[in-house]
Design a protein around this ligand. Structure first.
Ligand code: NAD
Ligand code: DAU
Length: 332
C-alpha cells in the first residue's frame, strides 16, 4: 500500500483517477485541490473514509505542499489551469498554477525525496497538418501554441530540469483529449451534450475540421498507474488510444445519439491560434510497459458519457449559465 498525494483531484481527470485508484488498488489517496471554478467536491462523494482524505489548498502554498508531500510516498500532479479559451482571455492564473505550482511541488519532492509523476498534455508539441502521416512521439520537439500549452510545456521542462539537476525521482506523461464523466461544461463534449439537453444548438468553432485524439479518462488513469508502477525515472510516456476524430463528426454523433438532426448546430467564431490536429503514437507505453486502453469503441464511450450528463444534471447545472455567458461574450 502506498500513500498517494493527488493534486487537482477534484477536477475532471484527477477525480476519475481517484475513483480508479480506490477501485483497483489498495493505495490511500489524499487530494490537494484549491476548488477553483473547475474543481468540484461532489466529484469525490462516497469514497471510503479510511482510504481517502481531502485537503483544500493551493499548490503554490509552499508550507502546505511541504507538509503533504512529506507525508506521501508518491505525488501525482494533475492540478492545473486547463482550458485554452480561458488562457486566451486571462493568462495570469496559468502562470501561477502551472509554472509556480509545479515548481513548488518539485521543491518539496526534492526535499523529501518523494516519487513524482507529472501529468501533461500532447498540446506541448503544437499541432499537425490534417494529412501528416506522422503522429506525436516522445522525441517530437516542443512547439506549444497557446498560453495554456506554453505553461504546460514550461512545467514539463521544470520537471526534466529537477530530475537532471537534483535527482528528483520523476516521470512525465503527455496525454491526448480526454472524455468521460465529471468533465466541466466549458469543454467541447460536455458543452455540446448539455447544450442539447438545454435546447441550445451546439457550437462548432470555425469549420469544425480540427482533429482531436480522444481517449476515455479511465484509460488515462490506468496508463498513469502503469507508469507509476513500472515507468523509468526521468522518462516521458505519451498516452493515447488511437481516437482521432474531427470536431464536426463528434458534434454530429452527439446530435444523432441524442435524437436530433445531425446538422442542428451553429458555426461560431474560431479560437485564436486554434491548433489543427493532435495525434498520439503511444507505442512506447504499450511495448515497454504493456499498457492497453480498454475503451476502444468511441461511439459506446460517448453514449455512456451522454447518459451520465443526462443523469447528473445537478452536478453540471450550477456552472452552465456562467459558462455560456462567457462564451456568448466572445461570440462563441
Ligand atoms: P480541470 O480543469 O478539470 O481540473 C483542474 C483541477 O485543478 C481542479 O479541481 C482545480 O480546482 C484544481 N486546481 C487548479 N488550480 C489549482 C491550484 N493552484 N492549487 C490546487 N488545485 C488547483 O482539468 P483536467 O481537464 O482534469 O486536467 C487535469 C490535468 O490533466 C491538467 O494538468 C491538464 O493539463 C492535463 N491534461 C488534460 C487533458 C484533457 O483532455 N482535459 C488531456 C491531457 C492532459
Ligand atoms: O489535447 C489535450 C488537451 O485537450 C488538454 O491539454 C486540455 O486541458 C483540454 O482542455 C483539451 O484541449 P482542447 O482545446 O483540445 O479541448 P476543448 O474541449 O476546449 O476543445 C476541443 C476541440 O473542440 C477544439 O478543437 C476546440 C473545439 N471546440 C471547443 C468548444 C468548447 C468547439 O468547436 N466548440 C466549443 O464549444
Amino acid at each position: 500500500m502506498s500513500r498517494l498525494l493527488v493534486t487537482g483531484g477534484a477536477g475532471f481527470i484527477g477525480s476519475n483517477f481517484v475513483h480508479h485508484v480506490l477501485d483497483h488498488t489498495d493505495h490511500h489517496v489524499t487530494v490537494l485541490d484549491a476548488l477553483t471554478y473547475a474543481g468540484n467536491r461532489a466529484s469525490l462523494e462516497g469514497l471510503p473514509e479510511d482510504r481517502f482524505a481531502f485537503e483544500h489548498g493551493d499548490i503554490t502554498d509552499a508550507e502546505l505542499v511541504d507538509r503533504l508531500v512529506g507525508e506521501a510516498d508518491a505525488v501525482v500532479h494533475y492540478a492545473a489551469e486547463s482550458h485554452n479559451d480561458n488562457s486566451l482571455d486571462n493568462p495570469r492564473p496559468f502562470l501561477d498554477t502551472n509554472i509556480i505550482g509545479t515548481y513548488t511541488l518539485l521543491e518539496a519532492a526534492r526535499k523529501h525525496e518523494t516519487r513524482f509523476h507529472h501529468i501533461s498534455t500532447d498540446e506541448v508539441y503544437g499541432d499537425l497538418e490534417l494529412d501528416d502521416p506522422e503522429r506525436f512521439s516522445e522525441s517530437t520537439p516542443y512547439n506549444p501554441s497557446s498560453p495554456y500549452s506554453s505553461t504546460k510545456a514550461g512545467s514539463d521542462l521544470l520537471v526534466r530540469a529537477w530530475v537532471r539537476s537534483f535527482g528528483v525521482q520523476a516521470t512525465i506523461s503527455n496525454c491526448s483529449n480526454n472524455y468521460g464523466p465529471f468533465q466541466h461544461v466549458e469543454k467541447f463534449i460536455p458543452r455540446q451534450i448539455t447544450n442539447v439537453i438545454r435546447g441550445i444548438r451546439p457550437k462548432l468553432y470555425g469549420a469544425g475540421e480540427n482533429v482531436r485524439d480522444w481517449i476515455h479518462a479511465d484509460d488515462h488513469s490506468s496508463a498513469v498507474l502503469t507508469i507509476l508502477d513500472r515507468g523509468q525515472i526521468g522518462e516521458t510516456y505519451l498516452i493515447g488510444a488511437d481516437g482521432e476524430k474531427n470536431n464536426k463528426d463528434v458534434v454530429e454523433q452527439i446530435l444523432t445519439t441524442m435524437g436530433q438532426p445531425a446538422d442542428a448546430y451553429d458555426h461560431v467564431t474560431d479560437r485564436a491560434g486554434h491548433d489543427l490536429r493532435y495525434a498520439i503514437d503511444s507505442t512506447r507505453l504499450r511495448t515497454e510497459l504493456g499498457w492497453q486502453p480498454q475503451y476502444q469503441d468511441f461511439e459506446a464511450g460517448l453514449g455512456a458519457t451522454i447518459d451520465w450528463y443526462r443523469e447528473n444534471e445537478a452536478w453540471w447545472a450550477p456552472a452552465k449559465d456562467a459558462t455560456e455567458a462567457f462564451y456568448a461574450s466572445k461570440g462563441q
